[in-house]
Design a binder for this molecule. Structure first.
Ligand code: SF4
Ligand code: FES
Length: 362
């Protein structure tokens, strides 16, 4: 067991947006007793002692935490590289300047599409223009900027617009992420899953953009795993490099693992070091000993670690099964059926998209 490299600090699940693809938990009340500033200070200190180098401050919308500047300053003083993962709603100039002074290293801004109408519709709230302004502010204050877009059936046809927007904003990195079908996104899966033709068209656009932008902007794009023959090594392997602390102090190998039937571990009850080393939520699927067939005797088992435990649980009800995305999985037909439906000629637009209800207030 190595030390973790990155901490995903989910400061709050409150959020001004209502994205139809949101993969955050649905049981918001369980997370309303948020860690205090002092508790985050202790968690960050324990993370640094554990060897963590990067801290991603996320949510929900982390800017809704009034103490965000203090949390950033604490992380910075501990020598952690800090990345703010934000919708940018609430990133006013004074707040941005305070964050700069506190030592924030990097900003990642999400956008829902490359044009205002589509972006605001997917976000469930007017936000596009404020995001563009915030991108300008981030560059003006000298931060490296990542633009993140979650791709799905409703925006993938216009991925060129997103790339153009990122280029114009001077982004250092564009992350074209595929929807993860957990939380609210699971309810919308059949509406969100793109067709193969859409993917192929998008890939051609991305390839050309990579070539054109290669000296200026890194373009990250991974094809959705429903269309892959093998799963991705989710999180680089269960509890091997990353850990997540949720707003109420629960510690998880990844954010979606909150839905798995594993005993809770909380920073309110134990140290991060002991949780990382010993808590059942961390050890349950670490390494390869837990694996069933066909993973157990598969040559790829240390490449993809059997895929995503949360996806296996979501699709089969058993987190210890081979990820159904894998072509060798006995449950692969579950993925095939979803892909067939997404490609059905009679379904050009897909079912309607349901925005997530707004979640700003407790
Ligand atoms: Fe990966 Fe398991 Fe599939 Fe082999 S059988 S490719 S280890 S998911
Ligand atoms: Fe939890 Fe893949 S998202 S293991």
């Amino acid at each position: 067991m190595d030390s973790p490299f990155g901490l995903l600090a989910e400061l709050t699940y409150r959020c001004p947006l209502g994205c139809a693809y949101c993969s955050n938990p649905l049981n918001m009340a369980d997370y309303s007793d948020e860690l205090t500033t002092g508790e985050w200070r202790r968690v960050l200190g324990e993370a640094a002692e554990l060897g963590i180098l990067q801290c991603h401050l996320s949510g929900g919308e982390p800017l809704l935490r009034r103490d965000l500047v203090e949390i950033v300053a604490d992380a910075h003083d501990l020598g952690l590289y800090t990345n703010l993962v934000t919708s940018a709603l609430g990133l006013s100039r004074p707040r941005a300047e305070q964050l700069r002074t506190a030592g924030l290293d990097h900003v990642q801004i999400s956008i829902q599409a490359g044009d205002p109408v589509a972006s605001d519709r997917i976000a469930g709230t007017p936000s596009f223009h404020r995001k563009i302004e915030a991108m300008g502010l981030v560059k003006e204050l000298g931060w490296p900027l990542t633009v993140n877009v979650v791709l799905h059936r409703y925006n993938i046809d216009r991925v060129a617009d997103v790339l153009a927007l990122a280029e114009e904003a001077g982004a250092d990195r564009v992350e074209l992420a595929s929807t993860q079908y957990y939380g609210w996104a699971w309810r919308n899966r059949d509406a969100l899953l793109p067709s193969r033709a859409q993917l192929e068209a998008a890939e051609a656009v991305v390839r050309a953009a990579r070539e054109r932008l290669r000296d200026r902007t890194e373009v990250i794009y991974v094809i959705p795993d429903y269309y892959s023959r093998f799963p991705k090594p989710c999180m680089g392997g269960w509890a091997s490099r990353q850990l997540t602390v949720t707003p109420n102090g629960d510690v998880l190998p990844c954010p979606a693992a909150q839905s798995l039937p594993l005993p809770r571990a909380s920073v309110r009850e134990d140290s991060l070091e002991r949780i990382w080393a010993e808590a059942p939520v961390m050890t349950a699927f670490r390494g390869t000993d837990w694996m069933p067939e066909p993973c157990r005797s598969c040559a790829r088992r240390e490449l993809d670690f059997g895929g995503c435990r949360c996806q296996a649980f979501q699709l089969t009800g058993d987190a210890a099964r081979t990820d159904p995305v894998c072509q060798y999985s006995p449950d692969h037909d579950l993925v095939d059926r979803a892909v067939e439906a997404a490609n059905a000629a009679s379904r050009p637009a897909g079912p309607p998209l349901i925005p997530r209800p707004h979640r700003v207030r407790r």
